[in-house]
Design a protein around this ligand. Structure first.
Ligand SMILES: Nc1ncnc2c1ncn2[C@@H]1O[C@H](COP(=O)(O)OP(=O)(O)OP(=O)(O)O)[C@@H](O)[C@H]1O
Ligand SMILES: [Mg+2]
Length: 473
């Protein structure tokens, strides 16, 4: 049964038929064109590669025996160039001797010659259905990331731009292991996804496992899976996350929390690209890119003896250290703009963003929780406040108070000076505190003190505290 959607979709697909037999090329081209596909043909591998260079081919029908090289060689070259291309191998022999090799190289299916044209049409149709699904998944994931606001934002800092360039290069190198290090909330998970999405394995699965979320034995069966009967609760065989990540990325989050016993097993699996399910007796091969993340300094854990040195070196192929937000305040405005837009969308608001005073405070703050903390601060401000702008008073006290003009600093100074002795001193401290709470905004500080703005100005001059009010307002 043909649906409109199927017919429509077909017209956008480009097919390549590679066979040295002229009549077969002709027949296939004719009947597949009739089906609504755009069909190009090539007589050998060299010619096929020219076509692949030139245009986007969604599916290739490749003869196993070609004049210059084998069909499998061509398959590998196509997959290296454009992994999402579906390749179907046609073989003159009843049995395909290299079926396993072909499958491993990503061959969708193979057909023995001679074949029925209807059979070929069906296989092509099914393969392209998978292509459409894969494209749909990629599109949905992009949309989802847009919606949750979890797209990577690069602010003004050179360090982050350089980091991103490194990530781009690393992602393109296929399967090299990446170790992400950085404090909580700096964006390790986001970067891990970026390594996946920018890489050759992007069509493959991205599988995440948080090593601190499971007790040891559970983590082992999560990672490697188990065979039916391996333990009391193992009612049936279950694939592990490592197996599910085959052809994609396995993200090992909080790797520093893994027990040393399991570390040894993981190391063996990574080195041999194979492992056994718990209770299993056969090796399972996997080809997976490993991205590990930790908010600890792994090298220090090695020195303390809680992390295996050999596993450390196995993971530490490409180390990416994401700097804390306080070391890159120039990224704050872009991140703020991103979160303001995201939460406006989500909460149906039209907040413009922080005013100058508030932005000054956001850039001066130390962000112990890094970007996650910043995101939460913006979410809270947009959710709770109905002003057009985010003002200092919409920010949590630790941000207003912990900056240079903050309460804690004043309190510390007071203690050092031995407390308040004169009324003038008390007045001065009151003004400084009010200014700190108002984020430097003189109008609001005056309101809080119960005096006019003019009086405040006079007092500021008198006490020479202009510098403190440097945030403007
Ligand atoms: N550069 C960035 N651009 C946009 N959002 C970011 C960026 N960095 C971090 N975030 C956001 O901050 C939050 C925390 O990031 P993420 O979960 O990646 O941190 P993490 O380093 O994995 O932290 P933890 O060690 O606590 O797991 C997420 O909501 C993420 O989307
Ligand atoms: Mg994380």
């Amino acid at each position: 049964m043909e649906t409109d959607v199927a017919t429509l979709a077909r017209q956008t697909f480009n097919l390549l038929v590679v066979d040295d037999e002229r009549t077969l090329r002709f027949t296939l081209k004719e009947s597949l064109t009739e089906e609504g596909y755009r069909v190009t043909t090539a007589a050998d591998v060299a010619e096929a590669l020219e076509v692949i260079e030139r245009e986007e081919i969604h599916l290739a029908l490749v003869d196993q025996k070609l004049p210059d090289e084998s069909g499998i060689e061509l398959l590998k070259k196509i997959k290296a160039k454009r992994p999402e291309t579906q390749v179907i191998i046609m073989t003159a022999f009843g049995k395909f001797a290299n079926a396993v090799e072909a499958a491993r190289a990503g061959c969708y299916d193979y057909v023995g010659k001679p074949f029925e044209l209807d059979h070929i049409k069906l296989i092509v149709h099914n393969a392209l259905k998978e292509t459409r699904l894969a494209e749909e998944v990629t599109r949905l994931r992009a949309a989802q990331r847009q919606k949750t606001g979890s797209t990577l934002v690069l602010g003004g800092s050179n360090r982050m731009r350089k980091l991103f360039e490194t990530i781009q290069k690393v992602a393109a190198t296929g399967s090299s292991t990446v170790l992400l290090q950085g404090e909580t909330g700096v964006g390790k998970e986001l970067f891990a996804r970026e390594v996946h999405d920018l890489g050759l394995v992007r069509e493959g699965p991205f599988v995440e496992v948080n090593c601190s979320a499971f007790p040891d034995n559970l983590l082992e069966s999560e990672l490697f899976g188990y065979e039916k009967g391996a333990f009391t609760d193992a009612k049936r065989t279950k694939k592990g996350l490592m197996e599910l990540a085959n052809g994609g990325t396995l993200f090992l989050d909080e790797i520093g929390e893994m027990s040393t016993g399991l570390q040894a097993k993981l190391l063996r699996a990574l080195e041999g690209k194979r492992f056994r399910r718990v209770g299993g007796t056969t090796d399972i091969h996997v080809d997976t890119r490993i991205v590990a993340a930790t908010n600890r300094v792994l090298k220090e854990l090695v020195e303390e003896g809680t992390f295996r040195e050999d596993l450390f070196y196995r993971l530490d192929v490409i180390r990416i250290v994401i700097p804390p937000l306080r070391e890159r305040p120039e990224d704050v405005p872009a991140l703020v703009a991103h979160f303001v837009a995201a939460y406006n969308r989500e909460l149906g608001k039209t907040v413009k963003g922080p005013n100058d005073d508030a932005m000054g405070l956001l850039m001066a703050y130390g962000w112990p929780g890094n970007v996650r903390e910043l995101r939460n601060v913006i979410e809270r401000a947009i959710l709770l406040e109905s002003d057009e702008w985010i003002l200092p008073e919409h920010l949590p006290i630790e941000i207003v108070g912990a900056t240079g003009s903050g309460t804690q600093v004043l309190e510390a100074r007071l203690n050092r000076e031995g407390g308040i002795t004169t009324l003038a001193q008390a007045e001065r401290v009151a003004i400084e505190m009010a200014l700190a709470h108002a984020g430097g905004n003189k109008t609001r500080a005056a309101e809080a003190l119960g005096i006019s703005r003019q009086t405040l100005r006079t007092k500021l001059k008198e006490y020479r505290i202009d510098s403190l009010a440097g945030h403007g307002g």
